[in-house]
Design a protein around this ligand. Structure first.
Ligand code: ADP
Length: 441
């Protein structure tokens, strides 16, 4: 007990003793000891009831009541309760102010923010931007199922994936299909999710313009390059032997430019595609073609092996898959010094099949791996140029695999070699047919 409370308690006991003492003396003076003492005790009890009532009034009152003056235990009790009430009121005020500030910040965000109840997928709260971006209206949409309110946008299935829901990078807004949105689902507590939608229309338009620009420039470059290439081929180095090294270099560079333009056009075509053809891709023919190409590129400098352990075919675009695989094979040959080995293997794995290209070449330092599939990203620019690389090969591989819902895994050790594996899910696996069709040329 704190000293202040202790002294109040002692003072009240002292007062009680004093009152009972005075009652006793009065009793003796009047000759009626017991009745006077009983009356005094009754008075003390009544006074305590009166203080108890005052305390109840203070506790239930919504008004701010002044602190009572005095030193007894009841005053001490009221004082303590008054302090606690003040403390709670202040805390409440601070919390409300904080909550208002958070709500105001969320409301002022340019992105749409919607709080969704996890189990029922019903809307709990949304900010102002959710109205122009998602078409949600206050108050009628509070408590409504979000999937239903965002129609014709099909998000019910996506919402049900919860923390496993991948962000949607480009989707039409329910308000207008011209407005493009990126959607992200953030589970922020056991019961609540946050849906954040951002207007990416401007970014998408710019991206579209960039793609068109690259595709048009590449296309325009193709014809003049073909002409230059054609004339260079017609020039005979034997007629002017002193020009032979220059001619050779010019031919080499014009070939490199042609390859660059072709790769840029391939990338533009892949970027513009939403899906791929669903051919039955004959993997036996594909592997035979890859072997032939590897041998032609290597010109006997590497030991090349091909193994087909899966015994199945793939469903997808023969042309695009061939382009991806042959890029991996060409890299393996170009980044493996003479005398090294290259193994192409098609085998089943845990959840589908994988085509992997393993080499015993230079390898890639781990720091470069996260960016290796970006266009024009090279570990060594000089080595890439020397070997005739355009810096677009792995970007093409990544795009082709994305279109087939497949993934690229890269394992590499500097000085020991690299393995590039393309993993296809079971949905892309086809039982092998006896008559093979759709083999790449
Ligand atoms: P490039 O046309 O330059 O080969 P890619 O996109 O195909 O472009 O590859 C990007 C970079 O990744 C290359 O420049 C090279 O440094 C590295 N790389 C790709 N494949 C291999 C490999 N099998 N071994 C070592 N490095 C590789």
């Amino acid at each position: 007990m704190p000293p202040r409370t202790h002294s109040a308690w002692s003072r009240t006991l002292g007062q009680l003793a004093l009152v009972l003492g005075v009652g006793l003396m009065l009793g003796f003076a009047t000759g009626h000891v017991w009745p006077v003492l009983a009356l005094t005790a009754l008075g003390v009890v009544a006074w305590h009831y009166w203080r108890l009532r005052k305390l109840l009034v203070r506790l239930t009152s919504r008004r701010h009541m002044p602190l009572p003056q005095g030193t007894g235990v009841w005053n001490e009790l009221e004082g303590l309760l008054h302090e606690q009430q003040d403390d709670v009121r202040n805390r409440k005020r601070r919390l409300v102010a904080m909550l208002r500030a958070y709500r105001a910040a969320a409301a002022a965000l340019p992105d749409a923010v919607v709080v969704v109840e996890r189990n029922s997928q019903r809307v709990q709260w949304f900010n102002e931007a959710a109205t122009p971006l998602l078409g949600l209206r206050y108050p009628q949409d509070i408590g409504m199922p979000l999937g239903e309110r965002l129609q014709p946008l099909q998000v019910a299935h996506w919402l049900s994936r919860g923390r496993h829901a991948e962000p949607i990078l480009d989707a039409p807004s329910p308000v207008s299909p011209d407005m493009r949105l990126s959607l992200r689902l953030i589970p922020y507590s056991e019961e609540l999710w946050l849906l954040v939608a951002r207007d990416v229309s401007k970014m998408m338009r710019l991206e579209h313009m960039r793609r068109d620009f690259v595709a048009n420039v590449s296309h325009e470059l193709r014809t003049p390059l073909t002409v230059v290439h054609g004339y260079l081929d017609m020039l005979d180095p034997d007629e002017q032997p002193e020009w032979a090294p220059m001619l050779k270099e010019m031919q080499h560079q014009s070939q490199r430019m042609t390859q660059l333009v072709e790769d840029l056009l391939t990338l533009s075509r892949l970027e513009a595609q939403d899906g791929v053809e669903e051919d039955a891709v004959s993997m036996a023919s594909m592997l035979a073609t890859l072997k032939r190409e590897a041998e032609a590129l290597s010109q006997g400098k590497h030991a090349i092996s091909v193994s087909d352990e899966a015994g199945v075919d793939l469903c997808g675009s023969t042309r695009e898959l061939h382009s991806a695989f042959s890029n991996l094979v060409s890299n393996a040959v170009r980044y493996t010094p003479a005398g090294g080995s290259i193994d192409i293997r098609f085998a089943r794995d845990a959840d589908g099949v994988a085509l992997s290209v393993r080499d015993s070449g230079y390898g890639i330092p781990p720091a470069h791996l996260p960016r290796i599939t970006e266009r024009f990203y090279r570990v060594s620019t000089s080595r890439s140029r020397e070997s005739g690389g355009t810096g677009l090969g792995l970007a093409i591989v990544k795009h082709v695999l994305n279109l087939h819902q497949a993934r690229l895994d890269i394992h590499s050790e500097v000085g020991r070699g690299s393995t590039f594996s393309c993993h296809f899910g079971n949905g892309r696996v086809l039982a092998r047919e006896t008559t093979q069709v759709g083999a790449p040329a």
